[in-house]
Design a binder for this molecule. Structure first.
Ligand code: C2G
Length: 129
């Protein structure tokens, strides 16, 4: 059983998220996600539209996702990887290099983001309606 672990806010779930999750699941057999809590998003200077419980329900409805747990701080990844027995840590390449320090316990992979879609873009379009 090859486990892939990733993290994110996944606000206003969109096709860029779906394409990433599909590629992540294709790297192994089990995909687990550390989902940023509303409080942690404030620390990330992100204002989420969709609250944690609904973002969690949306992710769990996605066929690529096997489990979701709360991401409450930057420092929890190492213990999460050990708890989940993750083989691969993978995330979009907007984070390239940021998590290389985890390479002693997991394969670290950065995948290209999907172009021309982002939660920020969706929010700006919505604000003009
Ligand atoms: N993503 C993507 N293509 C897009 C938009 C997002 O591949 N068009 C990817 C991001 O690279 C990330 C994941 O989808 O891997 C979730 O994106 P966000 O919700 O923006 O996650 P972020 O706020 O970057 O949180 O500790 C790590 C952080 O929690 C990551």
């Amino acid at each position: 059983m090859k486990t892939i672990i990733t993290y994110g806010t996944f606000d206003l779930f969109h096709v860029g998220h779906v394409k990433l999750l599909a590629r992540l699941k294709n790297l192994g057999d089990r995909l687990v996600i550390g989902l940023s809590t509303d409080e942690f998003n404030s620390e990330k200077s992100k204002t989420t539209i969709i609250k944690y419980a609904d973002r969690e329900e949306i992710l769990l409805s996605c066929k690529y996702v096997d489990a979701v747990f709360p991401e409450t701080c930057w420092e929890q990844k190492r213990q999460d990887i050990i708890r989940e027995k993750a083989d691969v840590f993978a995330i979009g390449d907007d984070w390239a290099g940021k998590f290389d320090s985890l390479e002693d316990i997991v394969d670290v992979v950065y995948l290209p983001r999907t172009q021309n879609i982002s939660t920020t873009n969706i929010k700006s379009v919505m604000s003009k309606i």
